[in-house]
Ligand binder design. Structure first.
Ligand SMILES: Nc1ncnc2c1ncn2[C@@H]1O[C@H](COP(=O)(O)OP(=O)(O)O)[C@@H](O)[C@H]1O
Ligand SMILES: [Mg+2]
Length: 367
């Protein structure tokens, strides 16, 4: 069953189309992330679902019921923001008890529920503290606890980890995933951080300029991006512009500044179509140029299966090394290799040769 369903929902602010008409749904128990750059419409979409913003068009359903005109507090949704939004003069206990008191639960039950939820977010001993006596990470856990405590069907999270440092952010990502798995609550999360989206989500809604670029699993989004924007936003993308020259063989032949390249054949592409070719850095192999003339090497370069270039720079990133290789026509290709030690042959400025398998060269049909 769909927990949320949006049908042709849009929002306009004067001349600004914050959100173009969009169809989208979240299944019960799913963890879905809205991912995109600042200003792409993520918060607008979340606020439409929460009822803080009215749509310019379209209908919104929660568990099949049309709630487009329902006030926010009747929607049974919880919300967690980046700036915690805890009440500063109240203790942690009172902050978490607040939504239960509003619902007029008996005192004993409130005490038990607050204790249970503080155990659940792993903060058993801080009930009597004020928010300012807590670290950022602890405050964010309290915000989550306050949301979870009344057992909403759906939790909306708007960049909840944005203010935390990297290590704490990763820890909280793990905690939120754990809570999601333990409680089975449907979660819709907003972030501009691709790593967070990739590591937490069942599905990602990639947004750009008020439109949905692609809705897919993290794996699918990385392996089969549909647009050049999606390819570049997730991970690092080497994109080579070209024109389809031949679409009849096992591989497509694409005319590019690097010569005629072979690429995996998508289901339908016309001859003469302008496309981009995507090669991920980890799919590129880099070799030293042989000291003496080598027929195999020379032939491969002559027919466009290998490319001679110059090593511009190598950067070690923990367990991998990233090389930047300049090819003729001032094109730069990023190469990623396993292993933190740089081969001695790969000095800056060294001549190198790179190649990749045609299967790892993907055709992208849209910008
Ligand atoms: N209340 C508002 N009034 C006018 N424009 C707004 C308002 N809220 C958002 N916008 C505009 O809508 C677009 C999307 O904003 P938003 O949903 O906040 O993006 P995101 O959360 O992805 O950063 C932006 O161009 C923003 O300036
Ligand atoms: Mg936002």
């Amino acid at each position: 069953m769909n927990m949320i369903e949006l049908k042709q929902v849009s929002r306009r602010y004067g001349a600004v189309q914050a959100l173009a008409p969009l169809d989208f749904s979240v299944k019960q128990g799913e963890f879905v992330t809205l991912l995109g750059p600042s200003g792409s419409g993520k918060t607008t979409l979340l606020n439409l679902i929460a009822g803080m913003v009215r749509p310019s068009s379209g209908r919104i359903f929660v568990r099949g019921t049309d709630i487009t005109d329902a006030p926010p507090n009747s929607r049974g949704l919880g919300m967690v923001f980046q700036n915690y939004a805890l009440m500063p003069h109240m203790t942690v206990f009172d902050n978490i008890a607040f939504p239960l008191r509003v619902r007029k639960l008996p005192k004993d039950e409130i005490r038990r529920k607050v204790k249970d939820v503080l155990d659940l977010v792993r903060l058993p001993d801080i009930a009597q503290r004020k928010p300012k006596e807590l670290s950022g990470g602890q405050q964010q856990r309290v915000s989550l606890a306050r949301c979870i405590v009344y057992n909403p069907a759906l939790i909306l999270l708007d960049e909840p980890l944005g203010a935390l440092d990297k290590k704490l952010r990763e820890q909280m990502q793990f905690e939120i995933r754990r809570l999601h798995a333990e409680l089975g609550i449907t979660m819709l999360n907003v972030t501009h951080d691709q790593d967070e989206a990739l590591s937490m989500s069942d599905r990602i809604v990639l947004m750009n300029d008020g439109r949905v670029e692609q809705i897919a699993t993290p794996d699918e989004l990385y392996r089969a991006p549909r647009t050049a924007f999606a390819a570049s936003f997730i991970g690092t993308a080497n994109l080579i512009a070209g024109t389809v020259h031949d679409n009849t063989g096992e591989h497509a032949l694409v005319s590019t500044p690097l010569g005629m390249l072979r690429a995996a054949m998508p289901s339908q592409v016309a001859r003469g179509a302008a496309v981009k070719l995507l090669v991920r850095p980890e799919s590129v192999r880099m070799m030293a140029t042989p000291a003496n003339s080598d027929l195999t090497f020379d032939t491969a370069i002559a027919d466009g299966r290998r490319h001679a270039g110059t090593l511009v720079d190598s950067i070690t990133l923990g367990s991998v090394v990233r090389h930047h290789v300049r090819l003729p026509g001032d094109m730069q290709i990023v190469v990623q290799q396993q292993g933190s030690r740089r081969p001695a042959t790969h000095a800056r400025g060294a001549p190198v040769v790179i190649d990749w398998a045609p299967e790892d060269c993907q055709m992208i049909l849209q910008d």
